[in-house]
Write a protein of this length. Structure first.
Length: 282
């Protein structure tokens, strides 16, 4: 009898352990979705419930795939804007973050100009980019979002964001249900207040730069150090336009970048709340 009961008990125990692990996995998945602000982490019913509970702000992070000198990865903008959008959404408390748009205008392809002169840069026409933005906004309006916000991490397509937002707001002005906000402040703050903070700490304008320089590199380090090849930040390196760099990133640190990260988050949250209030008063 014991020889029969013992194997049976062992089988039952294994089944019990398996069930417990399955329940734990299901619970962890549910908790992850419940705590995430990223649309991609949710199921369709979970998103529908989130919107119904008041999360009616939709952030569309826009990055880009481009060269960033010999020391920074091609996907810098995509990683950075996803992280910052997540932080902004959490601070707002009623926002969801859409998938990152990583295909953006980066200059002519034939012949190659600007960043397209360097391996890995991807460029699409302005009209194509605007059509994707418009299609995404129309989709999210259909799902019940009332405020759709474009967050562009790159300076080259800010005008495109504004153009699409203006077009849709004109078309949707009659119903008053949904409004599109091209939040240019997200990008502009890195060119104004952040630069002034850096200068106040003794960094020169030439060092701060405009692309892959100190400011750009420091922001990347603050978001994810893996974006930067530290071994390339050496005094012997020559950082100039021929290398795809405008500035000098050698003194960039995560601490320097954290100042800029916080400025972007604080400015964006304030601007979005103000925009939502203005829409509500219309």
């Amino acid at each position: 009898m014991q020889s029969i009961i013992f194997p049976f008990s062992r089988v039952c125990f294994s089944i019990l352990v398996g069930l417990l692990l399955s329940f734990e996995s299901i619970a962890n998945t549910a908790n992850g979705a419940a705590g995430s602000v990223f649309l991609e982490d949710m199921t369709s019913p979970e998103l529908r419930a989130r919107i119904a509970s008041g999360a009616t702000v939709l952030l569309i992070p826009i990055g880009g795939t481009e060269q960033n000198g010999p020391h920074m990865t091609l996907g810098k903008h995509n990683v950075r804007v996803r992280y910052l959008s997540g932080q902004i959404a959490q601070a707002l408390g009623n926002a969801v973050v859409a998938p990152v748009m990583s295909y953006v205008p980066e200059g002519g392809v034939h012949p190659p100009v600007a960043h397209m002169r360097f391996s890995g840069t991807i460029s699409i026409p302005d009209a194509t980019f605007e059509s994707v933005l418009e299609g995404a906004a129309r989709s999210f309006k259909q799902h019940g979002f009332r405020d759709i916000v474009f967050l562009g991490d790159h300076g080259g397509y800010q005008k495109n964001e504004v153009r699409v937002a203006t077009k849709l707001n004109r078309e949707w002005s009659g119903d008053g249900a949904t409004r599109v906000h091209a939040l240019t402040e997200y990008y502009q703050i890195t060119q104004t207040d952040y630069v002034q903070k850096l200068k106040s700490q003794g960094f020169s304008g030439a060092e701060i730069g405009t692309h892959a320089g100190l400011a750009d590199t420091a922001l990347a380090l603050a978001v994810d150090p893996a974006l930067v090849r530290q071994e390339m930040l050496i005094p012997a390196s020559k950082f100039d336009a021929a290398q795809g760099v405008a500035g000098d990133p050698r003194r960039a640190t995560a601490a320097v970048g954290t100042m800029g990260v916080q400025l972007i988050i604080d400015t964006s949250v304030k601007s979005i709340r103000s925009a939502i209030q203005s829409r509500a008063q219309r």
